[in-house]
Design a protein around this ligand. Structure first.
Ligand SMILES: *[C@@H]1O[C@H](CO)[C@@H](O)[C@H](O)[C@H]1NC(C)=O
Ligand SMILES: *[C@@H]1O[C@H](CO)[C@@H](O)[C@H](O)[C@H]1NC(C)=O
Ligand SMILES: *[C@@H]1O[C@H](CO)[C@@H](O)[C@H](O)[C@H]1NC(C)=O
Ligand SMILES: *[C@@H]1O[C@H](CO)[C@@H](O)[C@H](O)[C@H]1NC(C)=O
Ligand SMILES: *[C@@H]1O[C@H](CO)[C@@H](O)[C@H](O)[C@H]1NC(C)=O
Ligand SMILES: *[C@@H]1O[C@H](CO)[C@@H](O)[C@H](O)[C@H]1NC(C)=O
Ligand SMILES: *[C@@H]1O[C@H](CO)[C@@H](O)[C@H](O)[C@H]1NC(C)=O
Length: 415
């Protein structure tokens, strides 16, 4: 029941999102940047944090590995991995949104499952669910953001469920925010639905048909996540794509402009980059001032891989293998979102304790093979000629998004 409702919403989101992208980028969607020009960001690290190594009570769990401090985990390549994923499409069905369970939906190729991420300067261990759960005893986590955050939390739940099954202990009225408990480790994992991170009035009926533009308050953070924030031990915060939608912007309770403004309007078109930058400025200031005990990860938005069009005009993603850096291009819109993210992160990182960047944009840019494509619903018995939109935005589970957790565990354990 829940699953069904969620699935519908997910589709609607994707449709709206992609039409948003279409409208937004009509002017420049043919101009693309080379990945080579998009330099990986070096996260500044305060060296005194690492030396001398502090021998904690959990010393046995947290080995001191000096080499890892120097290794940029986000720069590397995908290499063949005969072991494949740690969970299967069959073992994790109950946590996975049906639209991302690609194998169960009939995706015939499985080579995309047999790759792992290899940073250039160090090795990255295979995700160890037992180790993660041991380190996270009594801890509370939240993944905060849009449907890509949900995609990520489902990946994490599937991986951890190979050791202990999570129990759903909370959901909001719309089943959009949820919380799970791993009882024998007393670990809670929340997924907070807050696609803009700031307050938004969205006028959509249950089919996602909107009757008016989104009203966005760029300087008012959404309390669905800010209320929970002080109690968290770990958070992964992200946003991005929803800012591409047509919207009316408010700041200091005053209408200041719009994006994708109606033709008859006399408002100023400020552009989505203005709105995203302003909103993230408030998000980052909130994190910096919070003085939280928790470790806060800010995740850059992940690229999509629509080729030969977009959502509505036959765009697809039919590749079956990763591509190399030389072959891959980042779309202008993705680059704009990422530039805003990096600039706001760097503005506060030096004076903010425990704030880290998860910049997976480049890593996942080389995985056009990792999306559901046409297999976002069961295709086995469908008329092959029926046209369904492809999902080249979310990620198959199992799939490349699982490897974000390899990196995250490594950062927690060694960084
Ligand atoms: C680095 O961290 C140490 C302790 O955490 C602090 O005393 C020092 O001021 C920091 N240095 C910089 C440049 O942030
Ligand atoms: C998908 O799950 C089924 C049932 O558990 C299993 O038989 C099959 O091998 C899985 N497929 C892949 C590609 O892992
Ligand atoms: C679970 O962890 C919380 C802290 O997150 C702690 O307050 C609580 O006492 C723990 N409960 C048990 C049963 O260990
Ligand atoms: C978890 O919390 C329980 C209850 O508060 C406590 O007895 C136990 O030592 C804690 N475990 C860790 C690893 O902090
Ligand atoms: C916000 O608006 C109020 C009155 O509407 C004004 O007094 C105040 O200075 C404004 N603050 C900022 C930061 O613009
Ligand atoms: C914009 O139009 C509204 C009426 O639709 C009017 O009240 C307002 O004064 C106009 N603003 C400007 C800046 O022209
Ligand atoms: C975002 O805002 C900051 C000020 O907070 C400004 O320095 C920066 O140039 C802006 N970045 C973008 C990409 O608009």
């Amino acid at each position: 029941m829940t699953m069904k409702w969620e699935s519908i919403n997910q589709n609607v989101f994707v449709i709206k999102l992609v039409s948003g992208i279409l409208i937004t980028c009509l002017g420049f969607r043919f101009f693309i940047l080379r990945f080579g020009q998009f330099s990986p960001v070096q996260v500044s690290v305060n060296d005194s944090q690492f030396s001398p190594p502090i021998l904690s009570d959990n010393e046995d769990l947290i080995p001191v590995d000096i080499e890892v401090d120097k290794c940029d985990l986000f720069t590397g390549k995908w290499i063949k991995d005969p072991l494949g994923p740690i969970y299967t499409n069959g073992s994790c069905g109950i946590y996975v949104d049906g639209n991302q369970n690609c194998i169960a939906n009939g995706r015939p190729d499985s080579a995309f499952l047999y790759w792992k991420w290899k940073p250039n300067d160090c090795s990255l261990p295979r995700f160890d669910s037992q180790r993660f759960l041991q380190l996270m005893r009594n801890k509370s986590w939240a993944l905060i953001g849009d449907s890509i955050s949900r995609n990520h939390v489902e990946s994490l739940l599937c991986m951890l469920s190979t050791v202990e099954k999570p129990v759903e202990v909370y959901h909001d009225e719309d089943y959009r925010s949820k919380r799970w408990l791993f009882p024998s480790h007393n670990l809670t994992v929340s997924n907070i639905w807050s696609p803009f991170l700031v307050q938004a009035a969205i006028f959509e009926d249950s089919n996602g048909v909107s009757s008016a533009a989104v009203q966005l308050h760029l300087d008012k953070l959404e309390n669905t996540w800010t209320d929970l924030f002080p109690s968290l031990d770990y958070a992964i915060i992200s946003s991005g794509e929803w800012f591409l939608k047509t919207a009316i912007y408010h700041e200091n309770a005053t209408l200041i402009g719009c994006h994708g403004c109606p033709a008859s309007s006399n408002m100023t078109d400020l552009g989505f980059d203005y709105a995203y930058n302003t909103s993230l400025r408030h998000v980052m200031d909130f994190i910096a001032k919070s003085n939280t005990k928790g470790m806060i990860f800010f995740r850059t938005s992940l690229p999509d891989h629509f080729e030969n069009g977009e959502w509505h005009n036959g765009g697809n993603c039919k590749r079956a293998e990763p591509v190399s850096e030389e072959e891959v291009e980042m779309k202008v819109v993705s680059k704009i979102l990422r530039d805003v993210e990096i600039s706001q992160f760097e503005r506060v990182v030096m004076e903010t304790r425990n704030l880290k960047l998860l910049d997976f944009a480049g890593m996942l840019l080389s995985r056009p093979d990792g999306h559901p494509g046409a297999y976002r619903e069961l295709r086995l018995f469908k008329d092959k000629n029926t046209k369904v939109p492809n999902d080249c935005l979310h990620w198959c589970l199992p799939g490349p998004i699982d490897h974000l957790n390899d990196v995250i565990l490594e950062i927690i354990a060694n960084g």
